[in-house]
Write a protein that binds this ligand. Sequence first.
Ligand code: DLL
Length: 455
Amino acid sequence: MVDLTVKGAALAAAAAGDFSGLPVYAPDVECAPRERIRAIQLEKLKAQVAWTYGRVAWYRERMDALGVAPGDIRTLEDVRKLPFTDKGVLRETFPYGLFAVPLSEVKELHASSGTTGKPIVVGYNAHDMDVWSDCIARLAQMAGVVPGDRAQMAFGYGMFTGGFGLHYGLMKLGCMMIPAGSGNTERHIAMIEDYGTTVLIATPSYALHVCEVGERLGFDWEASTLRVGLFGGEPCPPGLKAEIERRMHIVCTDNYGLTEVMGPGVSGECLASRDMQHIAEDHFLWEVVDPETGEPVPEGEVGELVLTPLDKQAIPVLRYRTHDLTRVVREPCACGRTTARMQKVRSRCDDMLIIRGTNVFPSQVEDVLAGIEGVTPHYRIVVDNETGLDRMSVHVELKPEAFSDSYAEMDAFRASIAEKLKGVLLVGVQVKLVEPGGIERTTGKAKHVEDLRRK
Ligand code: DLL
């Protein structure tokens, strides 16, 4: 049994490149030969397509129109014969149009709130809940979480899939859950101290806020029981994770998922390949396509991730267009797992801003700021066209040590940031320096972009 009162010998060994002390939750699939993984996928794909066709009118009509029947799925590549699904379909069929089981069998509903219109609602039966918990237990073990860990939840417990999803999975693994929920940062810190919390579950941006508030209160992160941060729900730039690890003295992993195909648990970061995430391939068939044409991109190249859940009964979804940009590799990983790995998602195909005709991704701004001494990872991009022309300003929060009373110094710093941004973005931006703590913190996903343009 791992001694949880120390920061963890297994984590220290992993940091030194020895992963043998870290458990694997489902080694029979996570470490299986690739041919076996593909065989499992094919068997499940055939069954999933038959299930979907037999029970969901929307898919049956689309497949009939395309002239494709469940029996036409003979290889994994045949998935391309199937129709795509996107957010619009879930909205159009709101709330229960895609459900494949009677509502009396549905155990739980979750939803993701869109910016406009109806939310996307999804349901899970007992089987789905079981698969979901299994996927979470796997990603927790990738990060070195073990039965007996004390896991404190900082995701919200509402319709968002993050809270309950991780809660059930960590409980299945054998953790003691501390269901604190989102917000009330000082209380979170007191609970870590009082209950001897070892694992914190949060968005990375909120974890940084917890770290900062703790530092301000004089909390000794190094001496605390906290060992692991399980993050997810939003992009986590490498610099941000490293900073949290250093300041909180914990190991953090970044985990990916989306409501429409399950929630968290689609893929998780292991401690061997820190910018990639292992896909739970026995539960999700992945494709990477050109976002414009929907055609597959060459192996290992960046494109839009498309996911087909292989084990989803209550609300099956075929070929879901995630809009998330990534690339996938299949080489085995030093952690011992053989499941394919996706590069962490930094951008979505729909978060690109077009500023006076130039394409700008918020992740580019983030990368420039990460390379500048004296600025925090908190920033905000504001775009407007009040003057008739697109205007983009970047609000950059300073670290206390970078703040100066000299106007000339501050102005020179501002101008140097603007120049660096222009060099990368190829479009002029206004930079506004903000005092430490001046960018609003959120308890969930950070909002980095405010587009105020009148269409
Ligand atoms: O955010 C599910 C989740 C909860 C994952 C908690 C991990 C932990 P949605 O609210 O539907 O579901 O948002 C899904 O968020 O398409 C990505 O664009 C983004 N996203 C989620 N996790 C990551 C991540 C949950 N680790 C959308 N890195 C996805 C980058 C992420 N983006």
